[in-house]
Ligand binder design. Structure first.
Ligand SMILES: COc1nc(N)nc2c1ncn2[C@H]1C[C@H](O)[C@@H](COP(=O)(O)OP(=O)(O)OP(=O)(O)O)O1
Length: 323
């Protein structure tokens, strides 16, 4: 069974799962019937004749918990081979938002779950392998073998969005050090998984004003930020947070993974970079930030960070918040 040729594998049925991820939470369900009844999963199910996986993901979410997902994107593919011969292919989607409030139905009980409290013990065993990767912005392809509810094998192929970044840094001769940790979505969570203490860690905001101008703002993680004051300092007017879709389009990262290093992805130079001047004062040698995914932290020299930013064609604004 572990000799399966996954390249020529054809499924008995095709299905879809959809994770609405909004405001640091993900919409999960306690499944009441069907395959995996009793487990926690995302809304989803098998395709109806003529349906695409994306159509099925949206329909199942509406049927199971009564909400209509928006900004739906495909994130990965799962293949399940069961030892009784059943083969299920599953396309995994995420959505940035949904219309309506989730309601309990005959099929499922909706559960908004904090991203750092996903109950993997109550889910299918494959989920803990790929879901954290999806939430940190990586595309995945997982093939697993199940004997009933027991997972007996899993192979996982993952794309690393940070690879072009590390390649760029290497080409500049910039040495960095990176440590891995569980995905973190807030400064407090990041502090719990901290391994590097030789310099400031940063927090990053992706902001826009009413005219659509955009800023990537990087400050010391402990600096309180007042958007009204920041708007005045930057001459930007009223600032608000850029949407997840805008963040992906212009900086190529997921919410929670914003970093000064994402400026590399702003190839058209439409985002203005603003940096906390205190990060570049004498005595600060290293800065710590995510390498485009929030399951790692990279240490980079502060002078190297400025050199990196310059290499992307950006001219950052240094903001002295202490005056
Ligand atoms: C085996 O491991 C699995 N892991 C995960 N994460 N998800 C799984 C696994 N096996 C099945 N699923 C998911 C994939 C599909 O979205 C659903 C299938 O559920 P169901 O059998 O209930 O499909 P429906 O079409 O909704 O069926 P009914 O309309 O008859 O309820 O499970």
């Amino acid at each position: 069974m572990s000799e399966i040729d996954w390249a020529s594998w054809t499924p008995t049925e095709v299905s879809a799962l959809l994770f609405v991820v909004r405001g640091g939470q993900v919409l999960l369900i306690r499944k009441k019937r069907g395959l995996g009844a009793g487990k926690i999963n995302a809304p989803g199910g098998r395709l109806e004749p003529g349906e695409t996986p994306a159509d099925a993901a949206v329909r199942e979410t509406r049927e199971e918990v009564g909400v209509v997902p928006s900004a739906v994107r495909e994130r990965g593919e799962l293949r399940f081979q069961f030892t009784d011969g059943y083969k299920l292919q599953c396309f995994v989607f995420s959505a940035d938002d949904c219309e309506g409030e989730p309601v309990e139905t005959d099929e499922a009980l909706p559960i908004w779950t904090r991203l750092n409290a996903i109950p993997y013990d109550e889910m299918w065993a494959d989920d803990r392998e790929w879901l954290p990767l999806m939430l940190s912005g990586r595309r995945f392809f997982a093939c697993s073998i199940f004997d009933g509810e027991r997972m007996v094998d899993l192979s996982l192929d993952v794309q690393d969005p940070a690879e072009p970044l590390f390649e760029h840094l290497r080409a500049l001769g910039i040495a960095t050090e990176t440590v891995s940790h569980p995905p973190v979505f807030t400064v407090d969570e990041a502090k719990q998984h901290r391994a590097q203490h030789d310099g400031p860690h940063v927090k990053n905001l992706f902001l826009r004003n009413k005219k659509g101008a955009m800023w990537l703002v990087t400050v010391h993680e402990d600096r309180p930020i007042d958007l009204r004051d920041l708007g005045k300092r930057l001459g930007a007017g009223n600032l608000s947070f850029g949407s997840p879709e805008r963040l992906r389009t212009y900086l190529g990262v997921e919410p929670g993974s914003v970093t000064p290093l994402a400026i590399l992805n702003d190839r058209d130079r439409v985002v203005t970079m603003a940096l906390d001047a205190s990060l570049f004062r004498d005595g600060v040698s290293n800065i710590h930030c995510h390498p485009l995914t929030n399951d790692r932290t990279t240490s980079i020299g502060s002078a190297d960070l400025l050199r990196f930013v310059a290499s992307t064609g950006h001219d950052p604004v240094l903001v002295d918040f202490d005056v």
